[in-house]
Design a protein around this ligand. Structure first.
Ligand SMILES: [Zn+2]
Length: 381
């Protein structure tokens, strides 16, 4: 059966809902997208391996291989999308809408749309041309747990020598991003009547000391670490959510704070977390109250591919842009763990990702297909 046209592939992928979310009421599987991609890639001569996630059998990664050899190229993308704002879209998020030289739809730019483009790029070659393998990696759950990429990394097998992740970067090569951690601090005190402080142990007052310490810690981290390649050159710590107590005339018995931290390449999530743990221990002793630090998500490490790696050089030459740093996290650290030189480079703009009326500009399509063909030509042929 011949492959559908590029536009029809776009339209079919957008019509298959594959939202991933840490909120169970939004979370969906991605098998529909994975199976569709496997069907098209099989048609092109790829050997397709659909691997259900150990953490969730309704989700799967796809590893599709064309050719063999010790080197080769991985073109990687995630098959899930974020949830959408009901009522804020002009068009139906699950129906591809072409207007103003753009394709609108959920996942057009972030990033189901990358797959039709790489399929288009591959059709220019003959299967017998490949001297090194071309591998398409389609993952699950990038927008939530990153469990798809985590399981690929845990499986341990190097897939190829190079990996290009097609997240929306306006076709500019990206070789650095910050890590991300989301943490919660829970202060457990004791409530009691407000008229006599001795009746309780005020969690809100202890949280005040936690907050002071946390902001001091941030100041120290920012004084010690900076990287001018990033728009926000320092590591960040954002206080995002706090809740404690119930009534003005009751001693606050429990208080919880949630925050995120985004560390620079070269900084280690675990090390920073351990230091934080020790500092909180000190506050806990000084205030004589129970303080627990708990991770809300499995963190993602910061990512940095050396400026002089072969892949960075190749990408700079082929794209005509110097490699840059971005503010968003990707699956790159997990692919790099497998020993692959890794960059992020794909069509569309991150400004349109995670927004109502997400779109990709049609003028990005041809340059992206040509660029992917050049990568394939250089690495696989
Ligand atoms: Zn994405």
């Amino acid at each position: 059966m011949p492959l559908p046209s590029l536009k029809s592939q776009f339209s079919q992928l957008i019509s298959l809902p594959s939202i991933s979310s840490v909120s169970p009421e939004w979370d969906q599987g991605n098998l529909n997208v994975i199976n569709q991609l496997a069907e098209w890639l099989t048609e092109l001569g790829f050997d397709c391996d659909v691997r259900p996630l150990e953490s969730n059998p309704n989700k799967a990664n796809l590893i599709a291989v064309l050719g063999s050899g010790p080197g080769g190229l991985v073109l990687a993308g995630h098959t899930d999308t974020v949830p959408y704002d009901e009522g804020k879209w002009i068009s139906d998020p699950f129906k591809l809408t072409e207007q103003d030289d753009r394709y609108y739809g959920l996942g057009t730019c972030d990033m189901k749309g990358f797959f039709p483009l790489l399929i288009e790029a591959v059709t220019a070659f003959d299967k017998s041309d490949f001297k090194q393998p071309l591998i398409v990696l389609a993952t699950a759950d990038e927008e939530s747990s990153m469990n798809g990429a985590r399981e690929i990394a845990a499986s341990g097998a190097p897939l190829a020598r190079y990996a290009v992740i097609g997240e929306p970067t306006g076709l500019r090569p990206i070789r650095m991003h910050k890590g991300i951690m989301m943490e919660s601090i829970r202060v457990q005190g004791r409530s009691g009547h407000s008229s006599n402080p001795a009746l309780g142990n005020n969690a809100l007052e202890a949280m005040h000391h936690v907050l002071v310490d946390l902001l001091d810690f941030r100041t120290e981290l920012q004084a010690q670490n900076s990287n001018p390649a990033f728009k926000t050159a320092v590591p960040t710590l954002n206080l995002g959510h706090i809740h404690g107590g119930d009534n003005p005339n009751r001693i606050c018995g429990y208080c919880e704070l949630q925050f995120d931290m985004r560390l620079l390449p070269g900084m280690c999530n675990e090390t920073v977390r351990n230091t934080l743990q020790q500092r909180l221990q000190r506050v806990s002793e000084q205030q004589n109250i129970d303080i627990q630090l708990q991770s809300l998500i499995h963190g993602v490490a910061a990512f940095s591919e050396p400026a002089d790696s072969e892949l960075v050089r190749m990408a700079e030459k082929l794209s005509g842009h110097s490699a840059e740093a971005v503010a968003f996290a990707t699956e790159a650290p997990f692919l790099q763990q497998l020993g692959m030189q890794t960059i992020v480079l794909g069509p569309g703009s991150i400004d349109q990702a995670h927004q109502p009326d997400e779109f990709i500009e049609l003028r990005q399509i041809d340059p992206c297909v040509k660029l992917l063909q050049q990568f394939i030509q250089h690495i696989c042929l």
